[in-house]
Design a protein around this ligand. Structure first.
Ligand code: HEC
Length: 121
């Protein structure tokens, strides 16, 4: 174990893009759910529900942990099944009871039509 760093190196362009994607409902199958739907930053990074609800009101099995400082977590998810944030973040868009997209190409095809977003990438 290492002590937590006081700060992590960040790139302002990537932070802005990440903030936008975090709030982007196009990551979900029916364009209704964003990461922020369950990890609402104005309420501590959680939705305050017993279990989170995803596309079509489908219910998960556990509640949403906060995303605040998640980059500093030793492991991700309640059961620690993801070792890193990178490994974790790929899950929700394709999780059938969360954002329920069928594939990354489905998501990318939608995002590609947004020229302001492609420019930022
Ligand atoms: C439908 C609700 C829902 C959506 C949408 C959602 N999450 Fe989550 N998130 C959860 C739940 C529930 C967990 C806990 C799952 C578990 O532990 O099995 C979780 C766990 C996490 C964690 C792990 C935190 C920790 O302390 O272990 C991170 C980070 C996270 N989500 C980020 C995201 C990001 C980024 C997105 C968008 C790409 C997203 N989530 C979309 C409900 C959601």
């Amino acid at each position: 174990m290492q002590p937590l760093p006081d700060s992590l190196p960040t790139d302002t362009g990537k932070v802005a893009l990440g903030r936008q994607l975090f709030n982007d409902v196009r990551l979900s199958a029916d364009n209704t759910i964003s990461c922020a739907s369950c990890h609402t930053l104005s309420t501590g990074g959680v939705d305050g529900k017993k279990v989170s609800s995803g596309v079509g009101g489908q219910l998960g099995l556990v509640n949403a942990p906060t995303v605040f400082n998640a980059a500093l977590n030793d492991k991700q998810f309640w059961d620690g099944r993801a070792a890193t944030l990178q490994e974790q973040a790929g899950g929700p868009p394709l999780n059938p009871v969360e954002m329920a997209s069928r594939s990354w190409s489905e998501i990318i095809d939608k995002l590609k039509q947004d020229s302001s977003l492609t420019q930022q990438f």
